[in-house]
Design a binder for this molecule. Structure first.
Ligand code: ZN
Ligand code: ZN
Length: 241
C-alpha cells in the first residue's frame, strides 16, 4: 500500500502546493481521495492511467477538494474505462457535474462514471481493500450543516490507513477512535489551532502521522513533539505502508 500526496494545500493553491488530492495505491490498483485541481494533470504526469482508477472518493463539497473532478470525468468520457468508475460524493451533486460536462460539449457518458452517495459505514470493498466513511463536522466551521467524511481504509493484507479530511476548528471530530499502533494517518493541518490538536494527538497511538492540507502558518520540515513519526507532506511525496 502506498499513499501519494498529489496536492497538499489548504483552501487555495500556493506557489508550491496544489489543491487537495491523495492517491492510494494497493496491489497495483489506484484509488483517489479528493479531486482538487489540477488532479488530472498530476495523475498524467505520474504516468497513472485515469481510466484505471478503481474509485474516486470526495470528503466534502468544497471547491479545493472537488475542483479537478470535471477534468477527470471529461477524461473518462473521452477514454472510457473497462467499467464505469464509481465516484462517491458526500452530497447529491452528480447532476451538477453532468451539467458542467454538458456545457463543455462533451456530455458525461454512462460508460465513464457512476455517482454514488456516501453514507456512514462501509461504502466500498474489492479484492484489495475496504473503505469505511466516517462522518465529521467540518461544516460547523461555517455555521452550516452539510456532510463531510473521513475514511478508514483496511487493505486485505492488514494495513490500515486513516484519512481525516477537513475537520472542525476545535478538533473535536478527529476520528481518534480509529487509530491503532499500526495506523498511518493523513490529517489536515489548517482548520484548527495547534493548542486544540496537541492534547488529542499526544494521546493516540499511530505508526505515522502525515500532515496534509497545510495552512500558510506552517513551515515545511516542521516535526511536532508527538509520540510517533510525523511529517508535513509536500506535493508528490510517497509514503509506503
Ligand atoms: Zn479544504
Ligand atoms: Zn473544507
Amino acid at each position: 500500500m502506498k499513499i501519494i500526496t498529489l496536492g497538499t494545500s489548504h483552501g487555495d493553491p500556493t506557489a508550491s502546493r496544489y489543491n487537495s488530492s491523495t492517491l492510494l495505491e494497493c496491489n497495483g490498483a489506484y484509488y483517489l481521495l479528493d479531486a482538487g485541481a489540477p488532479v488530472a494533470a498530476s495523475l498524467i504526469r505520474r504516468g497513472i492511467d485515469i481510466s484505471s482508477l478503481r474509485g474516486i472518493f470526495l470528503t466534502h463539497m468544497h471547491e479545493d477538494h472537488f475542483g479537478g473532478l470535471s477534468g477527470l470525468l471529461k477524461h473518462l468520457t473521452k477514454y472510457p474505462p473497462s467499467s464505469p468508475v464509481p465516484v462517491y460524493l458526500p452530497e447529491d451533486a452528480g447532476e451538477a457535474f453532468k451539467s458542467l460536462l454538458a456545457v463543455s460539449h462533451r456530455p458525461l457518458s454512462d460508460e465513464a462514471a457512476t455517482f454514488k452517495l456516501l453514507k456512514k459505514g462501509l461504502v466500498y470493498e474489492d479484492g484489495n481493500l475496504t473503505i469505511e466513511a466516517i462522518p465529521t463536522r467540518h461544516a460547523e466551521n461555517e455555521g452550516r450543516n452539510f456532510p463531510s467524511f473521513g475514511f478508514s481504509i483496511h487493505s486485505k493484507s492488514g494495513k490500515h490507513y486513516l484519512h481525516t479530511g477537513d475537520l472542525k476548528h476545535d478538533f473535536s471530530d478527529f476520528p481518534g477512535e480509529y487509530c491503532t499502533p499500526d495506523t498511518v494517518c493523513v490529517c489536515e493541518l489548517t482548520h484548527y489551532p495547534w493548542s486544540c490538536a496537541e492534547p488529542v494527538l499526544k494521546n493516540i497511538k499511530l505508526t505515522r502521522m502525515i500532515f496534509s492540507h497545510i495552512g500558510n502558518q506552517w513551515k515545511s520540515g516542521t516535526v511536532f513533539d508527538l509520540p510517533y513519526d510525523n511529517i508535513i507532506a509536500e506535493d508528490g511525496d510517497e509514503f509506503k505502508l
